[in-house]
Ligand binder design. Structure first.
Ligand code: UDP
Length: 370
């Protein structure tokens, strides 16, 4: 008999599951999403005023070293190779990110070669820290006070709204420090941007006679789940349980739009690492599609704040208090045998697109085994 699936959320977790299930088994799938569009935070759309492809929820550059994920996503779009080169403005000077030999030489006014730079940074690093317990200790151990204060302290305080010493070391480990002139923000094997934006990918994934998509549809107490054999839930785990053990903390971001003719900043992303500049970064979206021609330009100043009721949750903070609550929620999930909790919000983890796709593909394999 044909199975009935309910998928809550039309981001990558939900779309990958819907795509895989619909293409491999006899089933009916209903995908619901409370927003007006598919694609979750990866949604892109052409700007009405300029026709520039906008990353509605901030820059999304696809990068992965996972060949399975890369091969899978290629089925739904042509990807144009794209290297993310980010600059940082600190005390009115422009530097190269991630911290590399150019950044080190410019910052300290030197012309060191790779071995000399390694030696030099080692002399600056705090070797009293053996096992870094948080973001700050991780930074001080590897790059020392000066670079930490210039490029991480202010930015991280603005981005996360707390002292970097309260945050897990894993957040800093996302970024490399390089002793050569490689300024590729990512170290992944495969990097690119979908030629016609991300939304087209979601449209293709969800385009199947056995998939129905209902937008502006909330998953709340009034939603009848009894007719479904299996529910794949990709929304926030705390919302699922009506916040009974308390809210998990997230940072959210908001944007201030600007528009002009020509080129605003000459680069897709520039980070502002001074604590006294209120925004964290500026992104100029036409630079994400260098293969397109646009006379006008649109740019966004990005600000970060604590998520309140009604805001879109972006970054899970995972403070000790959050992890305690998470454990209580996860304990209850264990008893919900016909539910699968999947993705960034449902598992409360800091995940990139490729992590989300990988987890969804693995969850699908797990379904198949059962
Ligand atoms: N970060 C920083 N300065 C920068 C860029 C990043 O301090 O110029 C820190 C910040 O805490 C951020 C983390 O490094 O949250 C990870 O950066 P990444 O660029 O990976 O963040 P994302 O792209 O997910 O916003």
């Amino acid at each position: 008999m044909s199975k009935k699936f309910l998928i809550v959320g039309a981001g990558f977790s939900g779309a990958v599951m819907a795509e895989r299930l619909s293409r491999t088994m006899e089933c009916k799938i209903l995908v619901i999403d409370e927003r007006k569009h598919i694609g979750g935070n990866c949604h892109t759309e052409r700007d009405k005023a300029t026709n520039i492809m906008l990353h509605t929820y901030g820059p999304h550059i696809f990068n992965t070293s996972n060949k399975v994920v890369w091969d899978y996503i290629q089925q739904f779009s042509e990807f144009i190779p794209y290297i993310n080169r980010v600059k940082a403005v600190y005390r009115e000077e422009v530097y190269s990110l991630p911290i590399n030999l150019h950044t080190i030489n410019q910052f300290f006014g030197k012309t060191l070669n790779p071995d000399e730079a390694k030696e030099f940074i080692l002399s600056k690093s705090d070797d009293s820290i053996i096992d870094p317990k948080n973001f700050e200790e991780q930074a001080l151990k590897f790059i020392g006070q000066d670079l930490y204060h210039a490029f991480f302290y202010g930015y991280t305080k603005k981005q996360w709204g707390c002292e970097p010493s309260e945050l897990p070391a894993s957040i800093l480990k996302r970024l490399p420090v390089r002793f050569n002139y490689n300024d590729n923000y990512y170290s992944s094997t495969y990097q690119g941007i979908p030629k016609e934006g991300y939304t087209k990918i979601f449209e293709k994934m969800l385009d199947h006679p056995n998939i129905e998509v209902k937008l502006e549809t909330k998953f709340d107490d009034t939603f009848d789940v009894t007719t479904f054999d299996k529910i794949i839930y990709t929304g926030p785990i705390d919302a699922f349980f009506n916040y009974k053990h308390g809210r998990l903390s997230y940072r959210t971001v908001f944007f201030e739009r600007g528009e002009k003719t020509g080129d605003y900043q000459g680069n897709p992303v520039i980070n502002y690492t001074d604590n006294n500049v209120s925004y964290t970064r500026i992104h100029e979206h036409k630079h994400f599609t260098p293969w397109e021609e646009h006379n006008k330009t649109v740019y966004f100043k990005e600000y970060s704040k604590e998520t309140e009721s009604g805001d879109i949750p972006y970054y899970p903070k995972r403070l000790p208090d959050d992890l305690e609550k998470l454990e209580k929620y996860q304990e209850e999930v264990k008893y919900l045998t016909n539910y699968t909790f999947l993705g960034r919000l449902a598992t409360y983890r800091y995940m990139d697109m490729h992590h989300v796709i990988n987890d969804a593909l693995e969850a699908f394999e797990e379904f198949n085994r059962k």
